[in-house]
Design a protein around this ligand. Structure first.
Ligand code: ADP
Ligand code: GN1
Ligand code: MG
Length: 372
């Protein structure tokens, strides 16, 4: 049998979901690097128009989509209860998975690809750079609150959707191997970036060693807390819903704090080519620190708070390593939109690391102010 065209596959998936109404449009959506996200617009008789998110899960990245969906369904059910208890709106403040016709929370198509559908969060937006400082503060509150809401979630019931996801020591080892293998013959041209990474091996080991010594608690964390993984309400400016729950797994509070800083506190976009535009903004760093700790609602220990600057540096460094590794391996992981996209992304991350090293004292002082 001939493989189905993309259009035929879309028809198959849409049929499996059996959404009500007339499909008006079906477009790619958002700026995620991993899944294929589409927004479908339906006209439902006299009731008006309604949008739905349809995503194809990236199978290269997520080896077990069924376990992944089990995590998401359980975590969102738990969040829904917590949000209701607090008098919030669970249809808007957490993701809601729409089941397929057969009642399953995913659809496996005839080519073994996995799809899922979410209700569309209306009147809210995702951003790739901070457009106003208040928004950033609100995202910090929301990501902190996300952690507080999940503080008592039974972590041992969660599947590890990506093995060793924030194991920076392992990321470093994989990177070294990619340099040795140099399958694309690109290593020579990025000697400086490689050296930068190699000189900081001790940073790659930092959290792994603390975990081994049991010095810091393992919590349920989001693990991918960049600005475009949160929806900001268009009217109120509040962080209304934390999205992209694929990587909710046991982790460290510093990962969530750090990943938000590397993306949101940067003065440039993640793929900015002009590195003069890229630095870690200390005002944004302070704002995020303040908001995140408020959102965490006293759940973090003083030791965890003290380690937040290190979380920022290690997450940024790790992301730089990952982009560079992907560049060396031939751009097999992150979606790219131009030939050297991963290299450009890697350079902004390494620039941020260097900038944080210069501002280290200030970062420590800011965090100390809120560590009471
Ligand atoms: P990826 O893993 O590829 O980053 P995401 O789940 O983050 O995928 O989705 C990509 C983008 O799609 C988000 O940044 C956001 O703009 C949009 N999006 C995802 N889910 C929803 C939703 N339920 N409502 C509205 N927009 C959404
Ligand atoms: C990916 O899925 P997305 O685009 O929100 C990646 C993160 C990286 C980020 C870099 C599952 O996030 O770990 O930090 O790109 N997600 C996965 O922008 O690998
Ligand atoms: Mg995303």
């Amino acid at each position: 049998m001939m493989a189905k065209t993309t259009e035929e596959r879309m028809d198959e998936v849409i049929e499996a979901y059996g959404f009500e109404g007339t499909l008006v449009s079906n477009q790619p959506f958002g700026n995620g690097h991993i899944n294929d996200t589409r927004v479908l617009l339906y006209e439902i008789g006299r009731m008006g128009r309604l949008r739905v998110i349809l995503q194809r899960i990236n199978r290269n990245v997520f080896k077990n989509p069924e376990q992944l969906m089990e995590n998401i369904v359980n975590v969102t059910a738990y969040l829904r209860r917590k949000i209701e208890e607090k008098g919030g709106d669970p249809l808007r403040e957490t993701l809601n998975v729409i089941p397929a016709r057969d009642g399953k929370f995913f659809y496996k198509d005839s080519q073994e690809e996995y799809w899922r559908a979410y209700t569309f969060i209306t009147d809210a937006s995702c951003y790739d750079v901070v457009e106003n400082q208040n928004d950033f503060y609100e995202t910090a509150l929301a990501f902190g609150n996300f952690q507080a809401l999940l503080a008592d979630y039974p972590a041992e019931t969660l599947h590890e959707t990506i093995e060793k996801f924030h194991d920076t020591r392992n990321r470093f080892a994989v990177f070294k191997k990619a340099v040795e293998d140099d399958v694309m013959g690109r290593a020579e041209s990025v000697r400086r970036e490689i050296e930068f990474v190699l000189e900081r091996e001790k940073d790659a080991n930092f959290f792994s060693e603390l975990i081994e010594k049991k010095e810091i608690p393992i919590r349920v964390t989001h693990n991918d807390t960049k600005l475009n993984n949160i929806m900001i309400d268009n009217k109120t400016g509040k962080g209304v819903c934390v999205i992209d729950l694929d990587t909710v797994m046991p982790g460290l509070a510093m990962y969530d704090f750090g990943d938000s800083i590397r993306f949101g506190a940067s003065t440039g976009e993640e793929d900015e080519k002009d590195l003069d535009k890229v630095s870690c903004d200390m005002e944004l760093f302070e704002l995020y620190t303040k908001g995140f700790l408020k959102g965490c609602d006293g759940k973090l220990t003083s030791r965890e708070i003290e380690l937040m600057p290190m979380g920022a540096k290690v997450m940024t460094y790790e992301c730089g390593i990952r982009f560079l590794t992907d560049y060396l391996q031939g751009d097999v992981y992150f979606r790219i939109h131009r030939p050297e996209h991963n290299l450009d992304r890697c350079r902004t991350q390494l620039k941020l690391v260097a900038d944080m090293e210069k501002k280290w004292q200030t970062m420590q002082e800011i965090v100390a102010k809120y560590n009471k």
